[in-house]
Design a binder for this molecule. Structure first.
Ligand code: WTA
Length: 619
């Protein structure tokens, strides 16, 4: 029987009971936390009734703030930007909601959104939320095959996409064409709605495809928000795990909204009137929580950016901060490393005095880029919030609070109020000792926690509640230093983190295995100067097939086709065999050492065939 700290549970219950009131409820909740980790059951505010889109838009208008700018869209083209007020956002969301209803999208139906960073992506998400449909956003760089798998897993009824994506020098990323390649294999899709972003011609299938502007034409600008139970699903977002296919992480309405609203305000010290900018893509959880639901539920004014940090030059981020007078800036360490490499002259061209708070997310931030961010971008004036969290957690769990927490570069510092982490050893015993690394777990539920893996609740239980029964198992390693600061040491499982993008080793291995001539592959992450982790692939070929550049290219093409270009390995090494135990398990520990050029491979006595080592060492 697990001994829980009853005190923490009581604190959590009281804390969230109060904090839940920060959003508007059509019917107030009387219940707060009814979760039970031992049963893998998560439930918050279960008798409350609300609507997320109402909270993100209508209530600000009812408070007299309809003219406030909600979105400042900065297009890829530096000369083009556009402001959208809360009233305009409401008009667009209502029109799109009505149009969705007209094609018979109902509460509980799944809708896939495959788009780049354009305002319509946010309108589409909020329209789904308004009518109670469940959105499933698929990152715009995912391949056709990845899109197909995600659509089919959750049986989406409609797809919302755009003709072409525009990013940096790429003006014709064929989004609609990518979708067309697989839609014949997606029988659940009844309608495809297409934003005309580029004016270039595309194929439109009669009866199935419709342009966004035609779709919303003549639709009324009002639409009653659906009354949603707190535990009704809000969205599904696929993320990679250590094994198997990507998981459909399911978040529900009430707890998620309370949690994203709370953390957005607390962690960024968001004050009314501040201009906030999160550079994440809408296709990842950071885009969901800290572009859409957190900031908008708090009535924020924010920049959304279609382009990339190095177009038209390496000063783009800093130029946008100056142009739109950004006060709060939230980005990824990988972007900082890439920009730091280009020197100080880029940021120094622009006036960055508007900045007040800086944030990072997605991977550990190391000292050099932390210092650069602090000194050159923040001019030693802005606290950096290093925010630790996951797709599964819905929002930030461990982070400094600006002007309250004393910072240590590279540490996410402390859990937020209402969050109770612990570090456990391999016997699931709490590590009390300072600086000793173990498994990071969370002992009490919090409102933003995922509720299930869509269509596979057993997988939810197995992945998150079986390793350390009674706790939520994060999959990250961490230690607490002598001052009580948390340091995240990275994943303890086979999940890769490349440029802050989560990629499963098994997914990449499967995609490599699909290339002609490949017998088997093992991939591991290795330290990479810019992307944090790079993907290193060890590949064995079929008997009679010799290594060649052509096979390497086939492998890269296969990964791009099955997952997307962001998952391509940066090193491919052909080997005669993979290091395996007698039971056939690949010894990744050895591969990691080889990739990092370490000469001491450690204990290799459990290898089934020690002779493979020679071929592994021959790079
Ligand atoms: C890693 C992104 C260190 C971690 C929001 C986690 C971090 C995974 C940090 C989740 C941080 C995220 N410091 N590592 N501040 N933030 N991570 O689901 O390994 O895309 O488990 O969510 O990113 O990635 P995900």
């Amino acid at each position: 029987m697990i001994q829980k700290n009853q005190n923490n549970l009581a604190i959590s219950q009281e804390f969230w009971k109060k904090e839940g009131k920060r959003i508007d409820w059509f019917t107030e909740y009387t219940k707060v936390n009814e979760s039970n980790f031992s049963q893998g059951h998560i439930e918050w505010f279960s008798d409350g009734i609300l609507n997320a889109s109402y909270n993100c838009i209508d209530r600000h208008i009812l408070q007299g703030n309809g003219n406030r700018t909600a979105l400042i869209w900065q297009s890829n083209d530096p000369a083009v930007s556009k402001k959208i007020s809360y009233q305009e956002l409401l008009d667009q969301v209502c029109a799109f909601s009505n149009a969705l209803k007209e094609i018979n999208i109902q509460k509980g139906d799944r809708v896939c959104i495959y788009m780049q960073m354009i305002p319509e992506a946010i309108v589409a998400m909020l329209a789904c939320a308004r009518i109670g449909a469940i959105h499933s956003v698929v990152f715009g760089a995912f391949s056709s095959t990845a899109l197909e798998n995600r659509i089919n897993d959750s049986q989406c009824k409609a797809l919302i996409t755009q003709d072409f994506g525009i990013r940096g020098l790429k003006l014709d990323i064929p989004m609609k064409d990518n979708a067309d390649k697989i839609l014949d294999n997606c029988p659940s899709i009844e309608k495809v709605i297409v934003v005309n972003r580029s004016n270039n011609s595309i194929n439109m299938q009669q009866g199935r495809d419709i342009f966004w502007h035609d779709f919303v034409m003549n639709q009324p600008r009002t639409c009653e928000p659906e009354k949603m139970n707190a535990e009704d699903p809000l969205f599904i977002l696929y993320t990679s795990g250590s094994t198997g296919k990507p998981k459909g992480v399911l978040h529900t309405t009430g707890g998620y909204l309370v949690y994203t609203s709370y953390t957005h305000q607390k962690v960024f010290d968001y004050q009314q009137g501040d201009i906030y900018w999160c550079t994440a893509d809408i296709g990842w959880i950071t885009g969901h929580s800290y572009i859409v639901y957190g900031p908008l539920s708090n009535g924020a004014t924010q920049v959304i950016f279609e382009g990339v940090p190095n177009y038209p030059d390496f000063g783009r981020f800093w130029q946008i901060i100056e142009q739109h007078q950004v006060n709060i800036f939230y980005t990824a360490p990988t972007a900082l490393r890439a920009l730091m490499k280009e020197g100080n002259s880029w940021p120094q061209r622009y006036n960055l005095d508007s900045l007040k708070v800086l944030g990072t997310v997605g991977e550990p931030i190391k000292s050099p880029e932390w210092r650069w961010y602090y000194e050159i971008i923040g001019q030693s004036n802005c606290p950096i919030v290093d925010t630790w969290w996951q797709t599964e957690t819905g929002g930030i769990l461990i982070s400094p609070i600006p002007h309250q927490t004393e910072l240590k570069p590279g540490s996410a510092t402390h859990p937020l109020p209402g969050i109770f982490p612990e570090i456990l050893d391999e016997n699931q015993k709490k590590i009390e000792e300072a600086n000793k690394t173990g498994f990071l777990v969370i002992t009490e539920s919090w409102p933003g926690q995922m509720r299930t893996v869509y269509g596979d609740h057993q997988r939810f239980i197995d992945t998150y509640f079986s390793q350390a029964p009674g706790n939520y198992f994060t999959g990250d390693g961490a230690y607490v230093d002598e001052d009580g600061y948390y340091w995240i040491t990275g994943r303890v499982d086979d999940v890769l983190n490349v440029s802050g993008h989560r990629i499963g080793t098994a997914e990449v291995e499967g995609a490599i295995g699909a290339a002609n001539g490949v017998a088997e592959a093992a991939v591991i992450g290795y330290n990479h100067e810019i992307t944090g982790e790079g993907i290193y692939a060890f590949v064995t070929l079929m008997t009679g097939i010799d290594p060649s550049e052509a096979i390497k290219n086939d492998i890269l093409a296969s990964v791009a086709k099955i997952i997307g270009p962001h998952a391509k390995p940066s090193v491919i090494q052909f080997v005669s065999g993979l290091p395996k135990t007698r039971s056939g398990k690949i010894m990744r520990r050895i591969l990691k050492k080889i990739a990092q050029n370490e000469s001491d491979l450690g204990d290799i006595s459990t290898l089934a065939d020690p002779s493979v080592i020679d071929s592994l060492l021959k790079k």
